[in-house]
Design a protein around this ligand. Structure first.
Ligand code: SOE
Length: 377
């Protein structure tokens, strides 16, 4: 008989679906002591919420997250609402003794993140932040290769996250689905939404960032607000590029935009070391490209590792070698790792504290874009 982890999900958007899928599928593929139980889904719009709850199999609904936190039949709260609500819910959930799985980014800024870390650490509740790309098998494989020392001294880290969905000036800001464009709900634009992913992976693979210099641009300065119908200034960054130094002496180059026509979600990174390099591309997510200078000269070249063998990270839990998995599986992996962490008593990274480091880099990036100078993290 498995131990239950009774989930209270707050929010029902895109991320509510990815996480719910993770909870539903995890025990089919991973052998774990715990099983998630979809106890309750919570949001204000009952009609939409009920559809979501029925589709994913949540046993009940709540319209007020405070009521959800009062329930004794909920062990863990999953926060899948806009960024401006993360702090209040997370602190109240920690005070109510609930475990917390929080959608990225952790908070609107690092000051909020600090308070959230203090709350979960004081309460001693297990916590994690859904930076899902860490759990693409090829990305975890890159981590293992780098940690084994095969790259030698690292010189460069390069990452991009490119999209094109906000180019039209007819697109409103704010409200359902478009809160990412409203600075009051999102905190920032591509920096907190997309570069946060790149930074989380970078810090995990290559260590801490010490200083940054950045530029941002808001190409469309005013948009109709979906909730008020009024034309209001746009406060988010539409594009952001930054240079940085890592603690290990390597140099970083990051770019993100929602104005790269033709790119829907192109996340790529490349790490260059003295002996070898790795590179990865979300559009080919099951492959890791690897170049090893020690290879025999005539055969030396980039090799493309199809990360589908049973001894590759996570892959032993899926199909037979050669058959690949995709985006949604990264969330199944995060649930699996969270449930495993409950068995072992270890933390499930990235914890709130780990995600705070990403938040600090984002803050320094936005500060540098304003000050037009290098900023320490
Ligand atoms: C934005 O379009 C977005 O959905 C991000 O919010 C996600 O974190 C990213 O994984 C995909 O793009």
């Amino acid at each position: 008989m498995k131990k239950e982890l009774r989930i209270g999900m707050i929010g029902y958007g895109f991320m509510g679906r990815t996480h719910s899928n993770g909870y539903r599928r995890v025990n089919n593929f991973f052998d774990l002591e715990y099983t998630p139980v979809l106890k309750a889904a919570c949001a204000r719009n009952q009609e939409e919420l009920q559809k979501f709850a029925d589709q994913w199999g949540y046993e009940s609904t709540e319209n007020d997250w405070r009521k959800l936190l009062e329930r004794d039949d909920i062990d863990a709260i999953d926060i899948c609402v806009p960024n401006n609500l993360h702090k209040e819910i997370a602190i109240a959930a920690a005070e109510a003794g609930k475990m917390i799985l929080c959608e990225k980014p952790l908070a609107m800024n690092s000051a909020e993140g600090e308070e959230m870390c203090a709350a979960v650490e004081k309460a001693g509740v297990p916590n994690t932040v859904w930076y899902n790309y860490r759990r693409v098998p090829a990305v975890t494989h890159a981590k293992n290769i780098i940690d084994s020392g095969k790259l030698g001294r690292i010189f460069h880290y390069r990452a991009n996250f490119l999209q094109d969905w906000t180019i039209s000036d007819d697109l409103p800001q704010g409200g359902n689905a478009l809160w990412r464009l409203d600075v009051k709900a999102a905190g920032s634009g591509v920096t907190g939404d997309l570069l946060a992913h790149c930074i989380d992976t970078a810090v995990w693979l290559n260590g801490s960032v010490t200083e940054v210099t950045a530029m941002t641009e808001t190409f469309i300065k005013e948009r109709v607000h979906q909730e008020t119908g009024e034309v209001t200034p746009v406060g988010i960054d539409d594009a952001c590029s930054f240079l940085c130094r890592f603690e290990n002496g390597s140099l970083g180059l990051f770019e993100s935009t929602r104005y790269a026509r033709g790119h829907k979600a192109l996340y790529t990174f490349e790490v260059n070391g003295e002996n070898a390099s790795v590179k990865w591309d979300l559009h080919d997510l099951h492959r890791l490209d690897y170049f090893d200078h020690a290879d025999e000269g005539a055969l030396r070249g980039w090799r493309s590792i199809h990360v589908t063998d049973s001894d590759h990270p996570y892959m032993g839990n899926w199909w037979v070698p050669g058959l690949q998995i995709g985006y949604e599986h990264t969330f199944v992996h995060q649930v699996a790792d969270f449930l495993k962490s409950l068995e072992t008593g270890e933390a499930c990274p990235p914890t709130f504290r780990d995600a705070l480091e990403t938040q600090r880099v984002c803050d320094a990036v936005l500060k540098s874009a304003k000050s037009r100078s290098w900023e320490k993290v």
